[in-house]
Design a protein around this ligand. Structure first.
Ligand code: NDP
Length: 342
């Protein structure tokens, strides 16, 4: 892929385009691999080489045309997510070759940028991939959802769904720092074991092999549930809410169980549960806390350095694997943050 001096041969660059809007679970046919000429930096631009690509459940929402907090992907245009990239050429003040950045960028091996939305990251302070997880969007989601909405107190019981994922694995650990009893729900025995051995969860339940989730949560939380950090929605959340305590707080972080639904699901009506128990349920988007991101990263970094937090990554190798890694999120193939290394 490197330029050959004096050669007129075009240097090509791999790109992944949005081919069609998925119906149900995404498939590889929803993506199109193409090649374009490798760009060069013009004045006022940097040339970026992609190193790590974050794949995230919320990208599924961008594949629909539904109105949301972020615009839908356009067909035949590159998909995007948060990347870690290296500046390989700079004609832009403030950036030098060798700098590392994160940004919401195209699924391309190389791309140019005018610097808008790029954040420099320090490769000496943490591994570069950590800026897509614990020190990036998912770490901040865990931190702000828990501290700003749930306000955990020592001795309280918290249940976390999607507990072994990027957000969930951090939520449980932060709740432990606040002195809570922490119960995790995840989709395999390996994840259940990891929650207890690595992430310090007090109890963990495999929702795929447990027939009566309401009873299993009641057994794990004999004093009821004071906080429910909801990453998944659906029947799992119905079972948790059946165990909810008076004055409980429920940060609604995500609802991955319904992202591939083709029809709107109906479940138990929850209003009377919330009223009877004076429960606070609040949806949130991590970007609500943008003005506090610096504070959040500083706190997460401190806990990481102090050994109070740890993290897992599932790192998949190769640019061509980006779509499959994304699809695999819906089959629970990741422990912690799902990342593609280029
Ligand atoms: P994860 O790393 O948790 O990966 C997704 C996980 O979801 C899978 O590993 C799988 O784990 C679980 N899952 C997949 N399908 C289902 C299903 N049908 N029912 C139950 N669980 C399922 O992803 P993230 O940590 O990045 O995201 C977690 C949630 O948080 C998502 O809903 C996401 O949209 C949301 N989110 C919200 C943000 C916000 O600002 N509000 C920001 C970031 C994420 P398992 O094996 O346990 O089933």
């Amino acid at each position: 892929m490197d330029d050959i001096p004096g050669s007129k041969r075009k240097i090509m660059n791999k790109v992944i385009l949005f081919n069609k809007r998925p119906v149900g679970k995404p498939t590889l046919e929803d993506f199109k691999f193409v090649e374009e000429e490798k760009p060069t930096a013009e004045s006022g631009q940097v040339l970026l080489k992609t190193l790590y690509v974050s794949v995230d459940p919320y990208l599924r929402g961008r594949m629909t045309t539904a109105k949301s907090y972020i615009p839908p992907f356009e067909l035949n245009k590159p998909l995007q997510s948060t990347l870690v990239a290296e500046v390989v050429e700079s004609k832009l003040e403030g950036f030098n070759a060798g700098d590392f950045i994160t940004g919401n960028l195209d699924w391309k091996e190389y791309q140019v940028s005018n610097g808008s939305g790029l954040n420099k990251v320090d490769a000496n302070a943490a591994s570069l991939s950590a800026y897509l997880g614990i020190l990036g969007m998912t770490g901040l989601t865990a931190y702000f959802g828990l501290t700003e909405i749930a306000h955990p107190k020592p001795g309280e019981t918290i249940v976390v769904s999607g507990a072994a994922g990027a957000v969930g694995s951090i939520v449980g650990q932060i709740a432990k720092i606040f002195g809570c009893k922490v119960i995790g729900l995840a989709g395999s025995d390996d994840k259940v074991a990891l929650l207890k051995s690595k992430f310090g969860y007090d109890e963990a339940i495999n929702y795929k092999t447990t027939e009566d989730m309401k009873a299993a949560i009641a057994a794990a939380a004999p004093n009821g549930v004071d906080i429910y950090f909801d990453n998944v929605g659906g029947e799992i959340s119905d079972a948790v809410l059946a165990n909810i305590n008076k004055f409980a707080r429920v940060p609604l972080c995500g609802a991955i169980s319904s992202y591939n639904d083709t029809e709107v699901e109906t479940g138990p009506r929850i209003q009377s549960i919330l009223v009877k128990n004076s429960v606070l349920m609040q949806g949130f988007i991590v970007s609500n806390y943008l003005p506090k991101f610096k504070e959040g990263i500083a706190q997460l970094s401190t806990w990481l350095q102090e050994g109070k937090l740890t993290y897992s990554e599932t790192i998949v190798d190769g640019f061509d694997q980006i779509p499959q890694a994304f699809i695999d999120l819906f089959d629970g193939k990741n422990n912690g943050k799902m990342i593609v290394k280029i």
